[in-house]
Design a protein around this ligand. Structure first.
Ligand code: UTP
Length: 282
């Protein structure tokens, strides 16, 4: 057997095909607690490394307004395929983008309850997640059948499938926060925030083109930039959801923030290579 090892989460889990999945053996004979871990699973004749990476795909990346929008989706399917064949488990959390904006704008004059507007946004995220899931399935990748409606459900699906795609969960945050929570609960090495700016800036570069951009930040510094961990409004967009940044800080979860319009950057970050963007560390 070919043996490939890598560091993930906080446990070591080694099993053969006769044993239950790693997620069911925590605390059992096959689990060794460590700061970092090595997770090896035998699948058929191969032993695979099962590093988990969570990617928040901003809804704006689906870009219905752009001519070459199909290419991005096609390239993303390629990124997912390559990641899975190198033994990486992927959870993709897809944002609402244009349908969320349109739906929330249409309803805003008649719906004043923020959580009701949030639910419109959540429906849009699940529509986009379905588009991404179906494209991945069409590409021949084993992806979970369901679009999980909660982080717990997504963690369960991740123990059975190499790829899980979901959208939002409940009102009160955005899909960035969902992805960050999922990364924490699934003991992923990091969460990638794939958005439509090259790096985190000191201010929104659309308002201030002279804003400073950062290659590296601490989570505390990122929280200062995006503001306190509150959900201000339905459909409002910061470079990373402040609620999610708050949870990443509490749990010491590293974040890679990058321009997801270029799927190669997502791929580099997934594979732990140098990437263009902002690396945010505890
Ligand atoms: P998005 O995750 O797309 O947020 O969810 P966003 O930051 O506004 O847009 P992107 O990052 O550019 O794609 C759209 C809206 O859906 C609601 C929120 O109102 C959010 O702004 N939502 C989403 C929730 O209330 N809960 C969720 O879990 C997800």
């Amino acid at each position: 057997y070919a043996l490939r090892l890598s560091l993930v989460g906080s446990e070591m889990c080694i099993r053969d095909s006769a044993s239950p999945p790693c997620s069911a053996t925590k605390g059992g004979i096959s689990t060794l607690q460590r700061h970092k871990s090595i997770r090896i699973e035998r699948q058929g004749a191969n032993l695979w490394t099962m590093t988990t990476v969570v990617v928040a795909l901003g809804g704006s990346l689906l870009r219905p307004e752009v001519d070459e929008r199909h290419k991005w989706l096609e390239d993303m399917v390629g990124v997912v395929k390559n990641s899975v064949s190198s033994g990486i488990k992927l959870a993709l959390v897809v944002g609402g983008g244009a349908p969320a904006r349109e739906g929330i704008d249409l309803a805003r004059p008649v719906i004043h309850d923020l959580s009701h507007l949030d639910r419109i946004g959540i429906a849009a995220t699940r529509l986009n997640a379905t588009i991404v899931r179906e494209a991945i399935a069409e590409g021949g990748v084993r992806v979970s059948d369901n679009i999980p409606k909660s982080v717990d459900e997504a963690v369960d699906e991740l123990s059975d499938f190499p790829v899980v795609v979901m959208g939002g969960t409940v009102p009160g945050h955005t899909t960035d926060a969902v992805a960050i929570r999922l990364a924490i609960q699934s003991e992923a090495a990091k969460c990638i925030i794939a958005t439509n700016v090259a790096k985190v800036h000191s201010e929104d570069p659309r308002g201030n083109p002279g804003a400073e951009s950062f290659d590296r930040l601490t989570l505390d510094e990122l929280q200062e930039i995006v503001g306190p961990p509150d959900h201000a409004d339905a459909g409002s967009s910061k470079v990373v959801d402040p609620v999610g940044v708050g949870e990443a800080r509490e749990n010491g979860l590293p974040l890679d923030v990058l321009d997801g319009r270029d799927p190669r950057r997502i791929s580099s970050s997934i594979n732990g290579e140098d990437f263009e963007g902002t690396m945010v560390t505890p």
